[in-house]
Write a new protein. Structure first.
Lengths: 509, 338, 168
């Protein structure tokens, strides 16, 4: 129980009045930053960084991580209300969160998201607390083939579930890969698919893609479908929040499954984005209400949010122990660590236990504060939704345009986002699935890098993916996930109960 | 950003502050709006930390009155930052931070700027390169072990590094040429990622700046084999196993005939930046060198501290470009047009 | 000006096929082979391009097949509208101003583009009175200015007019 004692010391450090104030401030700033796409957590954190130069490292990291939690929660807010994910990891939240909000249940959707996110984060921190020494060593076992296997698992769980025409799914996922390929290639140092355009050699940012596909695309769809946001119906009753909170225990199976997926993906290099996608896909497959996913199903919100936040918390550990950041925000924080005079690495735990355990303790407290604060903002957001669409629409459009610009200060990116907007509109109306597209944009180049690094390493032999028990197991699980729908269908056909037909009809509109 | 009411307003303000003497105003050029510190790398990378340390040193010591914004432009291996310089040739408020990438990128890659779009200000420090292994998993304890292994199995022994056709891969090709070996180079996104691969026993060796492998050395997962400098490092603080930086043999001593390979940390402005501004910022960077924050940074990263500016620096740059041209020509990395 | 769903299916599939072909072409530049140390940089992009083309062609066939099958059965599947003239006009009325704003912002900076767009949208789409629309535009610009330039120090494109007035 050595860890437990150290955690208590950590709480003594984290729960001083000054540090709690810092947490509140950080979470509030994070909320603002997270709500504005394009600004996002990495920008917010790097903006606060100069402020921390004069603080002591513990206060500084508490400020930055609190801001990060705030930004994550803020990102879920825009995902649900406007279909604009502020962070890659909150894309999966849009699938059911936005439909639910459109049906006039925005308050319920937000409450579900925030509560499950909070639970996920706490599970993640708990895992860190109990397994910190083991996790650091385990993460070292991941070479390029293992990285690839992790990404393969994420893809496999998702491809199998796509409901619409397999050809459209194919086109969609491949277009996503193509977008991820544009720009500088890590392995060869050459520009790819740039067609001589300087703007393209910088690559296409994931944020531009989602602002276009989801944000602008959704605006166009809303107009097309001729209906306004039905937020008007949403009554601002505080009781909705409490009723939703009381509803949470019903989803305990989903929560446990998602938290497990999240922790696994956080400890391995999969990260929060892969975790939320995978959790959504598996939730849809294993939940009894899976066929309602995509139409505003509560479990479709709980699954990705829980996994996202448990992975986000768990991922902090490999970052501290190995010095490899899992996300852009983590990278900025790590830069901060080094400027404050701390070196992230295996020795940090023994040289600065006060820092590490103060941080871990602050993660418990910071997340609790974030959940409370963000629930307090729900009525405010619900209020925004009550405005007529002719007013809200142009304002969302402005947010999208500025968001696209602030990603890298390129006017070209705004045009790209507008193009992706049209693509998103047309694809959604023609039943091209967008989720595989986004997953491919996020993980495509990482998976390709890992594959090619493995090939360089093995001299071109594919056996490297089955050499060690770890990588072989993960690849096997991946194949199993890939084939599961077919196996299920086969069983259904054999049993002759017509389950297969039912499973097929279970796809979302 | 600051709103400057008008030129007249600024002059009036200067008058009230008693700074009206035109001669003094000209000599004492001061920034009057926020200054962008543009980094040719993403957050957390070596150039990013370098820039943020400069930012910290300037703000903490009150050397600049206006806000300083760090802007990351990592696109196109960092060429995005220098293309930004091309688009803003005469800005007095944009300073660019990089490495040798500023003048090396146009040699190998199609980038949308030319070296002539940049005005060199200074080089502040240089990072050294060290060859590392994980003795526990690979049995490689010395540089000689590594070379012997590479000779025994051509193309099978692997070395990891950051990015392709950049400093790390260049070092590996220099080793190959000096020892007549064939080493499989595997590029990763960053130096610390490469270090983890070696520490985890997945790859035999890596070339890295000292700070990126330091913690793994302390933890016993990595060991420095030799350093690519003409003389041994000066720092005698013991790090691990009774070994200090100064105990690492130079690669020439260890049997790899690669003399001096350094990565300068460089500062640039747009080619038409006003002379007063370049003079001011060059001077400012010199002041940064004296701050405790920067000194600590240089010590922690075991860098070679040498401030270079002016004509001597320009000559150094020309020499560097000529060197790289030669190495890259031998590697077949030059763009066809050159 | 009705566009049928079938027409849109075909048009989209043709566009994706074209994009796929373009990707194949772009990938050729990097080498598309498989060497002894793994794939060349263009290997995956080329495959991706080919699969996009294949998927698009398959979609085309599927659409053709369905409309052939639907006709004898008397189903009007091929006539299901994708969007009608009225819908298209509403859509264009929303989307084109955004595109125009982007174009204007290129010359005059984002703040002026934003102001013009909000004024237009509030006046003509939302039916505000002129002074209310003007007020909304000013408030939106002011809020954005404070949030981005002051609070978060993220400079947006200013353009020559603002620079002339000394706002950087």
């Amino acid at each position: 129980m050595g860890n437990f004692g150290q955690l208590m010391d950590g709480f003594a450090i984290a729960l001083t009045t000054q540090h709690v104030m810092i947490m509140v401030l950080g979470v509030l700033l994070g909320l603002v930053v997270g709500v504005l796409p394009g600004l996002g957590a990495p920008n917010g954190v790097s903006l606060l960084l100069p402020l921390t130069f004069t603080m002591d490292p513990i206060s500084a990291i508490i400020l930055l991580t609190s801001m990060y939690w705030g930004a994550l929660f803020g990102g879920s807010t825009t995902s649900i209300l406007f279909n604009i994910p502020g962070e890659p990891s909150s894309v999966a939240t849009t699938f059911d969160g936005h439909p639910m909000a459109k049906q006039g249940e925005a308050v319920r959707a937000l409450t579900l998201a925030f509560t499950s996110a909070g639970i996920g984060a706490l599970v993640g921190v708990l895992v860190i607390t109990l397994l910190s020494s083991w996790v650091a060593n385990f993460a070292l076992r991941f070479g390029s083939p293992e990285y690839f296997a992790v990404y393969f698992m994420a893809f496999a769980s998702f491809i199998g579930m796509a409901g619409s025409s397999p050809f459209k799914t194919l086109v969609s996922i491949m277009l996503g890969f193509a977008v991820a390929t544009v720009g500088m290639d890590t392995i060869s140092g050459e520009g790819r698919l740039t067609f001589g355009l300087g703007e393209l050699s910088n690559g296409i940012s994931f944020l531009i893609v989602v602002i276009g596909l989801f944000g602008i695309g959704e605006l166009l769809l809303t107009i097309d479908e001729g209906y306004k946001f039905e937020g008007v119906k949403a009554k601002l009753k505080l009781s909705t929040i409490f009723r939703t909170l009381a509803e949470m225990p019903r989803y305990w199976v989903t929560i446990v499954r998602s938290a497990l997926i999240g922790c696994w993906m956080g400890i391995t290099p999969g990260g929060p984005t892969a975790a939320s996608f995978m959790s959504y896909a598996l939730g849809r497959r294993f939940s009894r209400r899976g066929k309602y996913f995509g139409k505003g199903e509560p479990e479709g919100i709980v699954a990705p949010e829980t996994a996202d936040h448990s992975a986000g918390s768990c991922a902090l550990l490999p970052m501290l122990a190995l010095g490899v950041p899992g996300s852009a925000t983590a990278a900025v924080m790590m830069g901060g660590l080094m400027i404050w005079g701390l070196n992230p690495g295996p020795m940090l735990f023994s040289t600065r236990p006060d820092f590490v355990w103060g941080l871990i303790a602050s993660m418990y407290a910071g997340n609790l504060i974030a959940v409370v604060l963000v629930l307090a903002t729900v009525p405010l957001f619900a209020f925004i939704l009550r405005a007529p669409f002719t007013v809200v629409g142009p304002l969302i459009a402005i947010i999208c345009v500025i968001g696209a610009y602030t990603v890298a200060n390129h006017m070209f990116d705004i045009w790209l986002a507008l193009i992706f907007g049209i693509v998103g509109y047309a694809f959604k109306k023609l039943d091209y699935p967008l989720a595989p597209f986004v997953l491919a944009v996020v993980l495509g180049d990482k998976a390709e890098d890992a594959f090619r690094q493995s090939m360089l390493s093995s001299g071109g032999s594919l056996n490297i993916f089955f050499e060690t028990p770890l990588v072989a197991t993960m690849m096997a699980i991946g194949f199993l996930l890939l084939l599961l729908p077919f196996i299920g269908r086969l069983f259904g056909a054999l049993l002759g109960k017509g389950n297969a037909a039912e499973a097929r009809d279970g796809r979302p509109a | 950003m600051a709103i400057r009411i008008s030129h007249a307003g600024a002059a009036a303000m200067a008058l009230t502050l008693g700074l009206a003497a035109p001669g003094a105003a000209l000599a004492e050029w001061q920034p009057e709006r926020p200054v962008e510190l543009v980094v040719s790398a993403g957050p957390g990378g070596g150039s990013d930390i370098f820039t943020r340390v400069v930012q910290a040193a300037l703000t903490k010591n009150g050397l600049v009155k206006t806000p300083l914004l760090v802007v990351n432009k990592p696109g196109g291996s960092g060429s995005e930052a220098f293309a930004y310089a091309k688009d803003n040739p005469d800005s007095a408020y944009k300073i660019y931070f990089g490495t040798q990438d500023a003048y090396v990128l146009p040699l190998t890659t199609k980038v949308n700027y030319a070296y002539s779009d940049l005005k060199p200000l200074a080089a502040m420090v240089s990072d050294v390169f060290i060859l590392w292994s994980n003795p526990k998993t690979s049995g490689i304890n010395t540089a000689k072990d590594f070379i012997d292994k590479a000779k025994a199995a051509p193309g099978k022994v692997r070395a990891a590094g950051a990015k392709a056709k950049d400093a790390d891969e260049t070092v590996v090709t220099l080793i190959e040429r000096a020892t007549g070996t064939d080493i499989a180079y595997i590029p990763y996104k960053s130096g610390s990622e490469a270090a983890i691969q070696v520490a985890g026993g997945h790859i035999e060796a890596n070339t890295n700046n000292p700070s990126e492998s330091l913690e793994q050395w302390k933890a016993g997962n990595q060991k420095p084999l030799c350093v690519f400098t003409s003389e041994r490092l000066a720092d005698k603080t013991v790090i691990a196993d009774g070994m200090s930086w100064a105990d690492i043999p130079t690669c020439v001593e260890a049997g790899i005939d690669v003399k001096n390979f350094l990565q300068p940390r460089t500062v640039w402005m747009g080619k038409d930046a006003p002379a007063e501004a370049t003079a001011y910022f060059t001077d400012l960077m010199k002041k940064v060198m004296e701050t405790p924050e920067f000194k600590e940074y240089a010590a922690r990263n075991v860098q070679i501290v040498k401030f270079q500016a002016g004509d001597e620096y320009k000559a150094f740059l020309d020499q560097q470009i000529a060197n790289y041209n030669e190495i890259y020509k031998a590697n077949g990395w030059l763009l066809p047009s050159q | 000006m009705n566009i049928s769903r079938n027409a849109m299916e075909v048009a989209t599939a043709l566009v994706t096929a074209l994009v796929g072909a373009l990707i194949c072409y772009g990938a050729m530049e990097n080498g598309i082979g498989w060497t002894e140390s793994g794939p060349k940089p263009g290997y995956f992009p080329f495959g991706i391009g080919c699969l996009i083309v294949a998927g698009s062609v398959a979609t085309l066939v599927q659409v053709g097949w369905k409309s052939m099958a639907a006709r004898p059965a008397g189903e009007a599947d091929s006539l299901v509208p994708f969007i009608d003239g009225q819908g298209l006009r509403t859509l264009a009325a929303f989307f084109l101003p955004i595109a125009v704003m982007t174009a204007i912002s290129f010359w005059l900076g984002l703040y002026i583009g934003m102001a013009l767009y909000i004024f237009y949208a509030m006046r003509f789409a939302a039916g505000f009175r002129i002074h209310n629309a003007l007020l909304t535009a000013i408030i939106v610009v002011a809020v954005n200015f404070v949030v981005f330039e002051k609070l978060f120090m993220v400079p947006l494109l200013k353009g020559p007019i603002l620079e002339y007035f000394g706002i950087y």
